[in-house]
Write a protein that binds this ligand. Structure first.
Ligand code: FO1
Length: 308
């Protein structure tokens, strides 16, 4: 059954690791956030695309969820000696991906083409589409000024209050080829447990994508990235609070309300189900913490059952 997954980085990669075990990966299309993309040392880095590819290829660093397992950082050490900033940890083997991607883009290939080839070269059978082939840059207006996403996230460890989020380039961006078609054809659309502002929100900001979800005939479900008042990973809880939203699956459901059919929350948040249902959204609870391969598989299986 054709299934679309809207994806950020680590949380989405964990969920997809389970999903490919419980359905035919050839029926899965991932639409990936590219607002976090950045350039270091002249190289194009696509953290969310790479996190999904490395995870599904069994190559990801299990401690961080991003980067490669067992990677070394010799190139970064030398770059530091040459006076470069090295706060973004690019491993030696990871750099090969960014060099190769940059080469292909410079030869005139689109990001979708490069991503498709990369996924195939890593042995993956599912389709991974960037949200757009045009550059979109997530920029945060913080208490110390405007910061590109990775500076806010990694250099400042997301400890700054966020006043506003901009998706620069978004107005000129088009959904990548196949994105709108995949949403229209899907029987199931799953919003991964990713940040609703800077992962999924970025995808929704590409002109046409939110509208495609609103018009989709397939059922749309979201897995909450907020559990028991905290984000499983990253700045989602802090952002909900900065924007005056409930720091709970309720706040997440409000962001997706115009297209969401089903909200899947952790059993710790079971008490919120009636309030979500009162918004006209179906709601169910289950164990959503993906701490082992078995937990990822169990969650994926349950999500498919809930969506039947
Ligand atoms: N996250 C960090 O917290 N610190 C890093 O140094 C870092 C490096 C990095 C390198 C390649 C890559 O693909 C991802 C990397 N990430 C790093 C993760 C990334 O910053 C974010 O987690 C995502 O952009 C959010 O989805």
């Amino acid at each position: 059954m054709k299934t679309v997954v809207l994806s950020g980085g680590v949380g989405a990669a964990r969920f997809l690791t389970g999903l490919v075990q419980v359905m035919d990966p050839r029926d899965i299309t991932v639409i990936s956030n590219t607002g976090d993309d950045c350039e270091f040392y002249g190289l194009r880095v696509c953290p969310d695309i790479d996190t999904v590819i490395y995870s599904l290829a069994g190559m990801a660093n299990p401690q961080t969820g991003w980067g490669l397992m067992g990677d070394s950082f010799q190139a970064l050490k030398e770059l530091k000696a040459l006076g470069c900033e090295t706060w973004f940890q690019l491993g030696d083997r990871d750099l090969a991906t960014h060099i190769w991607r940059t080469m292909m883009l410079r030869q005139g290939q689109s990001l979708s083409q490069v991503t498709r080839t990369l996924a195939r070269l890593r042995g993956l059978e599912l389709t991974i589409l960037p949200m757009s082939d045009q550059p979109v840059h997530t920029v945060l207006e913080t208490e110390i000024g405007r910061l590109p996403f990775q500076e806010y996230m990694v250099k400042h460890r997301f400890q700054l209050a966020v006043k506003h989020i901009c998706f620069e380039g978004c107005d000129q961006a088009l959904p990548a080829p196949g994105v709108l078609e995949a949403i229209a054809d899907a029987k199931r659309i799953i919003i991964a447990p990713s940040n609703p502002y800077v992962s999924i929100g970025t995808i929704l900001a590409v002109p046409g994508i939110r509208q495609a979800l609103e018009q989709a005939t397939g059922k749309v479900a979201a897995i909450s990235p907020i559990v028991g008042g905290n984000a499983v990973k990253g700045p989602a809880a802090r952002m909900l609070s900065d924007f005056g939203q409930p720091v709970s699956p309720l706040g997440v459901a409000q962001i997706y309300q115009s297209f969401l059919d089903l909200m899947i929350v952790d059993e710790k948040d079971q008490a919120l189900l009636p309030e979500i249902r009162a918004m006209g959204i179906e709601a169910v609870s289950t164990q959503t913490m993906m701490t082992s391969l078995q937990a990822k598989i169990t969650l994926a299986k349950q999500v498919l059952e809930f969506m039947q």
